[in-house]
Design a protein around this ligand. Structure first.
Ligand code: HEM
Length: 119
């Protein structure tokens, strides 16, 4: 898959009118200019979020999987790494590494203790 075009929030914020309507959901940038009139939830809510991060608003509605599949066609890019909100997966990975590392150290410690006691 080709890499997505990278945008800063400042860049997205320029597209904040009904005639040029972008928004950010989960760090992906969407151009919903053509979709606004077709949005089952109405154009007003989209215009309200124009140029902004609408992740919470989008999730609050509990959009269907159909809606999530549909939105893919409007992706024009993603937020530059430094400004991404969702670095959760990275944090999760670090946490997992720390837990796994601690477990390993504990296991090793127990083995050494066992060996020391056996003598
Ligand atoms: C690319 C972005 C979006 C797409 C493709 C999309 C698509 C849809 C679709 C297909 C529905 C019909 C119900 C469903 O299938 O879940 C819907 C309903 C709705 N959407 Fe969106 N939506 C988008 C963004 C947003 C945003 C940012 C908001 C709020 C700020 C919003 C608010 C709503 C509301 C209030 C409804 C009506 C729910 C109802 O009547 O039960 N949507 N949207």
């Amino acid at each position: 898959m080709a890499a997505l075009k990278q945008y800063s929030y400042a860049e997205v914020a320029k597209h904040n009118t009904p005639a040029d309507l972008w928004m950010v959901i989960d760090d992906k940038v969407y151009d919903v200019t053509k979709f606004q009139n077709e949005h089952p939830g109405g154009e007003e809510v989209l215009i309200e979020m124009a140029g902004k991060d609408a992740t919470n608003e989008f999730n609050d509605v509990g959009h269907s999987t159909d809606a999530k599949a549909q939105m893919k066609q409007f992706v024009v890019g993603e937020i530059i790494e430094a400004e991404r909100k969702k670095n959760v997966s990275k944090q999760d990975w670090q946490q997992t590494a720390i837990i796994a590392g601690s477990a390993l150290a504990l296991g090793l410690g127990l083995v050494l203790l066992y060996k020391a006691l056996k003598k």
